[in-house]
Design a protein around this ligand. Sequence first.
Ligand SMILES: NC(=O)c1ccc[n+]([C@@H]2O[C@H](COP(=O)([O-])OP(=O)(O)OC[C@H]3O[C@@H](n4cnc5c(N)ncnc54)[C@H](OP(=O)(O)O)[C@@H]3O)[C@@H](O)[C@H]2O)c1
Length: 248
Amino acid sequence: MNDVNLKGIVTGAGKGIGFSTCKLFLEKNYKIIAITRSKSIKLNNLKNKYKSNLEIYYVDLTKFDAVSSICKVIFKKNKNINFLVNNAGVRFRKSFESTSLNDIMHVFNNNILSQLNLTKNYLLNINKRKNNSIVFISSIVGPKGFKDLSVYAATKGAIESFSRSLAIEYSSKKIRINCISPGFINTSYASNFKRNKKKLYNWTIEKTPMNRWGESNEIANVIDFLVSNKSSYITGENIFVDGGWVAS
Ligand SMILES: NC(=O)c1ccc[n+]([C@@H]2O[C@H](COP(=O)([O-])OP(=O)(O)OC[C@H]3O[C@@H](n4cnc5c(N)ncnc54)[C@H](OP(=O)(O)O)[C@@H]3O)[C@@H](O)[C@H]2O)c1
């Protein structure tokens, strides 16, 4: 696989890690199919700059019929897609007793079911004779216990397990499947979190051996490694990008 000509799908592309990943990939001359939910000025600016190297599709990934329709358009238009980055997800922080069944369904729909649905559409449509790579984004909240994050943690643990077993299912084909588990990353929620949850924020800094939150481009770089040929012998892996949190 020639990394310069890579083409792939990135979800949750409107902001945060997904946006940084699209930006990095476009700078590297990859062709990107960006999927996100709300209109994004930042993404539109990338479109103005990179023209036909960037296609943008707006869809709520929890609307499974709409996703199937969009996938038909994407795969008809784009042959030889090399990767899928399943990044879109929602955060959710609440005590378990105050969490409603609707809350639980919302988080599972966004963080698990929509990813499984898109991945299935993807696997059914790609050219299986070519090298391919799928990346999922879990979290350190998957393996580590955190107060008020049990439902979010359940989805992140599930995506990591799913990724590992799917990797084995596809290991004899040319499809590598891996996961990244970020620690606390400066994305769309960071400034509110730092302002309104000062004590919690200070605790996260104390718990991180590198004494800082990560930047979204520090996740994008690892996503790039996993979709590229540089990681050609890695599958079923989960990489922590967390400033040392889990290691400590
Ligand atoms: N930031 C962290 O500290 C951190 C840590 C560990 C793991 N993660 C994981 O990393 C991923 C990205 O996080 P982030 O912090 O970059 O998030 P973010 O800043 O909130 O951006 C998420 C992006 O995903 C889109 N999205 C969410 N749900 C969607 C849906 N149902 N359909 C289509 N698009 C959807 C959002 O669209 P809208 O603009 O419409 O909201 C937004 O563009 C998530 O899976 C998250 O759980 C993040």
